[in-house]
Design a protein around this ligand. Sequence first.
Ligand code: TEU
Length: 528
Amino acid sequence: HRTDDWWRDAVIYQVYPRSFADGDGDGTGDLAGVRAHLSYLRELGVDAVWFTPWYVSPLVDGGYDVADYRTIDPAFGTLEEAEKLISEAAEFGIRVVVDIVPNHVSDQHAWFRAALAAGPGSPERELFHFRPGRGEHGELPPNNWPSQFAGATWTRVPDGEWYLHLFTPEQPDLNWAHPAVRKEHEDVLRFWFERGVAGVRIDSAALLAKHPGLPDFEEGVDPHPYIDQDEIHDIYRSWRAIADEYGGVFVGEVWLPDAERFARYLRPDELHTAFNFNFLACPWDAGRLRRTIDDTLAEHAPVQAPATWVLCNHDVTRTVTRYGRADTGFDFAAKAFGTPTDLDLGTRRARAAALLTLALPGSVYLYQGEELGLPEADIPRDRIEDPMHFRSGGTDPGRDGCRVPLPWTADAPHFGFGSRGEPWLPQPDDWGRYAVDEQLATPDSMLALYRTALLLRRSVAGFGDGPMTWLPSDDAVLAFARPHGLVCVVNLAAEPAALPPYERLILSSGPLDGQGRLPSDTAVWLQT
Ligand code: TEU
């Protein structure tokens, strides 16, 4: 298909650089590690790689606290190396997507340090949301806004003013009503497009604009004072004009359950795509999935944007773990220590979900380690780093369990992640059974399933961003046709399901039963 349309049905692999592969052996993943494994990504069959933030950062929030948007964190490498990586990836047919964090900066960013030093009333403070406090002595925060993580959204500085941070205190929010903030981000976009990146993921994309005057939040009163303000669309229209100059594409991190509000971000002069979190959050239930898929396609159709399908990312519980629990949906608020999990069941469902996802119209995001079927790891409490854990008062395990360094080699120190240093997060003792080399030698491994499915997706006509049609089936079975006679059937019933007598391309877990029926929690691709 046309190269400028590549993103409409691309499979985009998410690299969390700190945990992908450690090239210099210090225990932290880096760009050298990624460069050493580009052939792995090519053989996996992905079209592009999205890197979560690789910029200079104190890593309070895993790199989403950016101190300098134009420099690579020395722990990961250098800008020259990033440029090399981008061109080497291109030689492997892989495009690069970078992550831009426009809502906030690190408290170590030059702008915020200058704002602190310059004091109340200074132009430097206008780049952020500094306010006097409420109460007789300004001892109360300026408003009652809820945090995106647990905890406070305002922090007081020694001169008495407070500053707004929707996430941690180390992530002060920028004032997007200020022209210098807009100009800076437009320059940063150009900076990365000039270096050959094909796309940009926009972090917390619905949060940038704040209601003028920063009024209190009132439950149930619309509009929300900082989620999905109308002014935000103006920002993305100017960004789109820049992307169009370079042929670059956007994917917005837009957590908005409301279909209509969500679709506004996808208008033809705004973002090309946005993550489909309704699908990610959907439980393993045929009726719910069917509805979510229908709603997704219906909301994308009027704006002619392709849907995206996401099963996991660096913020949520690993898929095999989630599907192995009684509550198979995803809810941040429901994260808890010690939830009973059946990993065999979860893995079976995750395998079926992989074939379902890859057969749907649109593009797919694949988070590193999902192709290995990694479960959520239990992180010993004294090794947890995620601020979400601390801000919950220690009740929420946080997001480290899906960020554990990858196992590459079963019989090597640190499972081949790196040579010497202790990995920054501990790898579970049994991580070797998920190692890439083990799985390459095992025909029915999760990695083998993904590689075969991705190869079929590339070589068989009918995938891509074309139409899908539901086929008649039992309620607990999802069956749909794609162009060129391609059919996908997913059985979510407890009983085996009858299959039409077509040629079988791939089965998520075998075998079929004695009567050629599809077992429970299994998916198949057929060619009519
Ligand atoms: O996530 C955004 C985010 O955390 C919120 O949208 C939140 O998850 C949701 O509202 C549920 O409460 C991005 C990154 O993916 C994440 O890793 C960062 O920690 C966060 O932004 C802050 O930059």
